[in-house]
Design a protein around this ligand. Structure first.
Ligand code: B3K
Ligand code: ZN
Length: 886
């Protein structure tokens, strides 16, 4: 917490550290009120930085003792201010002994060492290690750690840290100790310790090489019936990384620990991954299909970091996407491979693109827009963004699209060959990809250095006499804060051409050998024309198949062409995309009508092309249920908002509901058939096929409930009463709550009572009310008074506050501005507890300039109110300052 103007850190200012750390020995006397930390660092001067002083970072620490090479340091030999300990005139070889005190039970920021439900946990990425001891807390300083934990044996029977347990025993005074040694050099952000009352599920697992490793999933007592899925996901991740990338687990022991108070999803600490309980605990009673999938992907993600992040790490935090974009790409591919089928892969792809459009495109168009490799930041924690993660993953995916799977693998192999054990830059990854494939990827660098979502427009011309088809692609990119002009990107555009029967035509690109029915065009200039020859009839183009680049594609299709693509495109992504375009067009038309004062009447919903394509999709039982579910889901209110010059949340909400009701009524029988034929009787299984069926069945229920009639109420109530799993239970409850069904209040109560002791389910209970149609600010305030609500637990705060501010746009943007006043209050309250969570909530007003002037004024006032608050963390200050400035 600070009040002075926070400093901006620039990428161009990077300088290597003045000292390297060779070894770190730490001793912890764990006590919630005062923990004593004794650290011994052996350090060597970096030969490249003569005459520089030795610099260590520290925050919220009480310094007890400081000794250099065996002697206490005199007050004149160092300075200590602003979180920096600077030692002058240190020799080339230094042994530094530091004793500090911290107060874990007062640490509500959940960075550094803290207490959650009586147990100790740490979170050090990005800059939390400096809250534990003084240290050159930067990722390019990699060292070997030996850690001794001492604590009361009864209260803290389990003592864990990174690497291997090399010694443990009693201290005689009711206390005990454990010594852990990590054989690998690591940056401080990967340090972790856990101590407390925990139990584990463990298994021995044999690697492909024949080596046996020990896998453990640690949880609080009472949760051992919820660890199997995480354990299975871990084993699948280990096998997948061996098979797909030839990467083996390098430790003899790999631990996952679940904690209920955690700022994000999980953390890849070497050998000791710490997870939000949300991404570990699952059984059919408490977890939904989405939870099961989320656990698989996050367990995979953290495990894959062991190579992409830990073995090869980042030189500085500007390179964050080097590990995050790459690791998201790896977890996306892992989840897709776990489904196995081509259509399953496509569904996963659609899901990932939906996230990108829902969250990253708005970010890239707003005041916090930044390149995948940012040039500056105030608070690095604000840069764990969808741009770094999801767009970063798209950038990595484009290498694979351009180089092919084998070429990509060659690039990965070279990357590890060159950089294992190093802290490197995004450019090093690009160089490995280029060199391994003998390709020039110079222009590709712009994906790292320029922010903003490029737009690609398509023009076509067919010459029936010459049987030639011209495809002209043009690109542009709107300005982003600090970047007015953009250079053209290197964009892989995957295309196919459909004939009038809906089949793919063979592609003959002028000057190229024939390339099957899908090919990757490389758009590198502002405008380029690609000429296809031997084209027997005017084709319908299918552009950007599989979403081959993170761009906005502008193409003029007629409604009939879109319906044709939705019915026929061999590329499932574009098949889905066509339906989305069709629906989007209709919703934007209707929104304009509503804004012009038109009151929607039944015949406005008479939309034959859209209705018939939906009917055809409902009837297309040969397609995966999961795919049909996605194809039948209208673009979200947030995605529609991004398409408008001036956002009108109420009009969007009215129209989307109206269209859903029209589709519900026109296709009533079809929905019911889909509902009945996608039931999954018997024992619950979260596999993709069953989850897909439940998804389609539950989408059908959500459409039918729009009609709000007795039949729909009975259906929802029956499903609620009879469900044998949380997916069906929660969807039914959501349907009831968003209707006038007589049983809705009772259902909310029974749900609460039944799951009172399952924190993750109570989060869902808050979330579903936060996002319910009728929940206004008053109702949220009332929910905040509920005995189960607390701002201190990030999951709980997110479920209610983020649920409302981000997930209930028409209520949050109430014209009286009450939503914004509420938002300001909560950002300020959270700021005092947990700056990271507060800064996330602060992002909810990012897009304020896109709204009608009355709303804009109120949003601006709320932003100013926060910005003017005394004692604001630099996390929140950076977000609101940038919002107001750009
Ligand atoms: N690397 C962590 C994120 C740390 C966030 C710090 N504010 C989790 C992950 O991406 O795997
Ligand atoms: Zn990650």
């Amino acid at each position: 917490m600070r009040t002075d103007t926070p400093q901006t850190i620039y990428r161009k200012d990077y300088t290597p550290p003045s000292y390297w750390v060779d070894t770190v020995e730490m001793g912890f006397d764990l006590d919630p009120a005062i923990t004593r930390v004794a650290t011994r660092l052996t350090m060597t001067r970096n030969r490249d930085s003569r005459n520089k002083s030795l610099v260590l970072c520290g925050e919220a620490l009480e310094l007890v003792q400081l000794r250099m090479n065996g002697k206490p340091l005199t007050k004149r030999a160092y300075t200590l201010h602003d979180g920096t300990l600077e030692i002058f005139n240190a020799p080339d070889k230094v042994t530094l002994e530091i004793e500090t005190l911290t107060h874990p039970d007062r640490n509500t920021s959940l960075m550094g060492l803290y207490v959650s439900n009586g147990n100790f946990f740490t979170q050090c990425e990005a800059e939390g290690f400096r809250k534990i001891t003084y240290f050159p807390d930067r990722p390019d300083v990699m060292a070997k750690y030996t850690v001794m934990l001492r604590a009361d044996k009864k209260k803290y029977p389990v003592l864990l840290s990174n690497g291997n347990l090399i010694e443990e025993g009693d201290l005689g005074d009711g206390r005990h100790y454990a010594v852990w040694e990590d054989p690998f050099k690591k940056p401080s952000y990967l340090f972790a310790l856990v101590a407390g009352q925990l139990v584990c599920q463990e298994e021995k697992y044999t690697l492909q090489s024949g080596r046996e490793v020990l896998l453990q999933v640690w949880v609080e007592e009472g949760n051992l019936d919820k660890t199997q899925h995480a354990m299975d996901s871990l084993k699948n991740s280990i096998r997948w990384d061996e098979e797909r990338f030839g990467l083996e687990l390098d430790l003899d022991r790999f631990m996952i620990v679940a904690v209920g108070d955690f700022n994000m999803g999980a953390m890849e600490n070497k050998g000791l991954n710490i997870f939000n309980t949300k991404y570990v605990l699952a059984n059919p009673r408490i977890a939904t299909d989405a939870d099961y999938a989320g656990i698989e992907s996050v367990v995979g993600h953290e495990y894959f970091h062991n190579w992409t992040g830990n073995r090869v790490t980042c030189r500085d935090w500007f390179q964050l996407s080097l590990k995050e974009g790459l690791t998201v790409f790896r977890d996306q591919e892992f989840s897709a491979d776990m489904i196995g089928t081509d259509s399953g892969r496509a569904v996963k792809r659609i899901e990932d693109v939906r996230v990108l459009r829902q969250a990253q495109f708005p970010e890239d168009a707003g005041p916090m827009a930044h390149p995948v490799r940012p040039d500056s930041y105030v608070e690095i924690n604000n840069f764990y963004t969808v741009t770094i993660y999801e767009k970063g993953s798209e950038v990595v995916r484009m290498y694979q699209t351009l180089l092919g799977r084998d070429g990509f693998r060659k690039g990965m192999d070279l990357y590890f060959q060159r950089h294992d054990g190093q802290a490197v830059e995004c450019d090093d990854f690009r160089a490995a990809m280029a060199d391994a494939n003998d390709r020039d990827l110079t222009q590709f660098e712009l994906w790292y250095s320029q922010a903003g979502t490029p737009r690609v427009t398509v023009d076509t011309h067919y010459d029936p006499v010459g049987r030639k088809y011209e495809l002209t692609l043009s690109q542009s990119c709107p300005p982003t804060p600090g970047e007015d002009r953009k250079l053209p990107f290197h964009i892989p555009v995957k295309v196919g051409l459909l004939n009038s029967h809906g089949s793919d035509m063979p592609l003959h690109l002028e000057g190229h050998a024939q390339a099957g029915t899908t090919m990757v065009l490389e758009l590198t200039k502002e405008k380029q024309t690609f000429v296809f020859t031997d084209v027997p009839e005017q084709p319908v183009p299918s552009i950007l198949r599989d979403f081959s680049a993170p761009v906005i594609l502008e193409i003029d299709y007629t409604d009939v062409e879109l319906a044709f693509l939705m019915a026929n495109d061999s590329d499932p992504f574009n098949r889905w995309e066509a339906g989305q375009r069709l629906a989007m067009r209709r919703m934007l038309e209707l929104t304009r009508d509503v804004q012009d004062g038109h009151v929607l009447a039944d015949d406005d919903g008479d939309e034959p092309v859209l209705t018939e394509s939906f009917r055809a999709m409902l009837d297309a039982t040969a397609l995966d249920s999961a795919f049909r579910e996605f194809a039948l889901t209208l673009p979200s209110e947030t995605v529609i908002a991004e398409q408008m010059d001036m956002v009108d949340p109420q009009a969007i909400h009215t129209v989307r509901r109206f269209l859903r009701r029209s589709l519900a009524s026109a296709l009533r029988i079809d929905w019911l058939v889909a509902y009945q034929s996608n039931r999954t009787p018997g024992t619950y299984s979260p596999d993709a096929a069953s989850a897909g069926k439940r998804g389609l069945k539950n989408l059908a229920l959500s459409y039918m409930i729009e009609l709000d009639d007795i039949e729909a109420h009975v259906l929802a109530q029956t499903q609620y009463d009879n469900a044998n799993n949380m997916t069906d239970r929660l969807v039914a409850l959501t349907a009831l709550v968003n209707s006038n069904a007589p049983g809705k209040v009772a259902a909310l109560d029974t749900f609460y009572n039944e799951f009172e002791n399952e924190a993750l389910v109570i989060d869902k209970w808050f979330m579903l009310q936060a996002t319910a149609r009728t929940t206004d600010v008053k109702a949220v305030r009332k929910l905040m008074k509920h005995s189960a609500f607390t701002l201190k637990n990030p999951n709980r705060a997110r479920s209610l506050l983020f649920g409302f501010c981000n997930g209930n746009p028409s209520q949050f943007h109430a014209v009286d501005g009450s939503g914004y006043a509420f938002w300001a209050e909560q950002v300020i309250a959270l700021n005092a507890i947990n700056p990271q969570v507060a800064a996330r909530l602060a992002r909810s007003l990012d897009r304020w300039r896109k709204y009608a002037p009355v709303l804009q004024g109120k949003m601006r006032a709320a932003l100013k109110q926060v910005a003017d608050t005394k004692g604001l963390s630099k996390d929140v200050l950076e977000v609101v300052t940038k919002s107001l400035a750009n």
